[in-house]
Design a protein around this ligand. Structure first.
Ligand code: COA
Length: 364
């Protein structure tokens, strides 16, 4: 995982909008969030998270087959943020694309990668959830600016003969609720104009109450469905990793599933809602804290704009091979060299373009 260094507390926000710590904590459970500095972007956070995830395995950048970046705040419309990550890692053989399913995106992306591995078309994939939502927030709107934060989390999936991994996945959507949570302008429906900018249509618009109602309906049901499809029972699940949007929504899911809160990973207090990055960040923290061990059955469950929602049951499997120190050093050097690789490829393309241009003119 990777989060920006800069922390913005509720007290900090109370200096810029009419809000206070008591309101934010009691309605959401959020105490602080990490906000990207001017040189941090969705791609830079994603690259850091991906490199750290890869460091848990014996894979090197040239071994990577596929990179999926789930994000709602991509670096550009295109090229895909995943391609920028591919270049920054020096993953010369990898396919790369972005996936847009808002806060549910990481679950969708993990399932897509797992199915590609199962089909035999690839051997491994890096799945990343990365967001810089702070760039899309109306910092004058107290109903949204207190909720969101920036960050990235990643996981490496590898083909294996061992049992476990992704067991089942439920992916759902309901486009009739699209306007409940959206960034209305900047796309083909409302291209950027002076008016769209003045009306702040390029920032997050949300009907909080309706989203809350929707979320509390789907969290428990999607979790139950994923568990039943996996052939497990609720009692087999050691930990649930929910999307971190609001502590009260997680508590409602716990009540719906009749589970104690200690079965849920909760870190919203420190990060706010980092959208599609929230599940992988929570997962990384749970692994780091020793709350996830090999063989544990887990459920990831999320919801978000679209509307989308989903849940995924998995059995945690540790990497077959871990990198030895010499390999780790080699991998760091390879990632460092990726900058040079990228530079020389650009120079080469330019020279090739000049030579080709000359040759084409010569044939006329
Ligand atoms: N600080 C202080 N007061 C605030 C405030 C803030 N940051 N934001 C809103 N308020 C005010 C409102 O203006 C309203 O005042 P009014 O009664 O005078 O009109 C009051 O607080 C209550 O607002 P309400 O919208 O009813 O609060 P709520 O209990 O529904 O909580 C959310 C608001 C946004 C926290 C809650 O609806 C929510 O979490 N929704 C889901 C959002 C979400 O998860 N989005 C991401 C999905 S991935």
């Amino acid at each position: 995982m990777a989060v920006p260094e800069k922390v913005v507390t509720n007290e900090d926000l109370a200096q810029i909008v009419d809000t206070n710590d008591e309101w934010i904590v009691s309605r959401t459970g959020i105490h602080q969030r990490h906000i990207a500095g001017k040189d941090e972007t969705t791609a830079s956070l994603a690259t850091k998270a991906a490199a750290r995830a890869m460091a848990m395995t014996a894979l090197e950048p040239p071994d990577i087959d596929l990179i999926i970046v789930s994000t709602s705040t991509p670096e550009h419309f295109f090229p895909a943020t995943a391609c920028l990550v591919q270049d920054a890692l020096g993953a010369g053989r990898a396919g790369a694309f972005d996936l847009s399913a808002a806060c549910t995106g990481f679950i969708y992306a993990l399932n897509m990668a797992a199915q590609s591995i199962r089909s035999g078309s690839i051997r491994n994939a890096i799945v990343i959830g990365s967001e810089t939502l702070s760039r899309m927030i109306n910092w004058e709107d107290r109903t949204t600016c207190v909720l969101f934060g920036d960050g990235a989390g990643a996981i490496v999936l590898e083909a294996s003969e061992r049992p476990g991994g992704i067991l089942s996945c439920v992916m759902r959507s309901d486009g009739s609720g699209g306007e409940l949570l959206s960034i209305p302008a900047g796309g083909s429906r409302y291209p950027t104009t002076v008016e769209t900018l003045q009306r702040k249509m390029h920032t997050i618009h949300m009907n909080g109450k309706e989203v809350y109602r929707f979320a509390t309906h789907v969290m428990a049901s999607a979790t139950r469905e994923a568990i039943s499809r996996s052939g497990l029972r609720l009692s087999d699940i050691s930990l649930i990793i929910p999307h971190q949007a609001n502590l009260r929504i997680i508590e409602a899911a716990a009540r719906g599933l009749k589970l104690p809160m200690d079965k849920f990973v909760v870190n919203i207090g420190n990060y706010g809602n980092t959208s599609t990055a929230s599940i992988p960040i929570a997962m990384c923290e749970a692994v780091g804290a020793g709350r996830i061990r090999p063989g544990d059955n887990l459920v990831m469950v999320g919801f978000g704009g679209g509307l989308t929602w989903g849940a995924l049951a998995l059995q945690w499997v540790e990497p077959e091979k871990r990198a030895r120190p010499a390999l780790r050093r080699r991998r760091s050097i390879l990632i460092w060299l990726a900058h040079l690789r990228s530079f020389f490829r650009r120079v080469y393309r330019r020279i090739e373009g000049v030579l080709w241009g000359g040759r084409e003119r010569g044939t006329k």
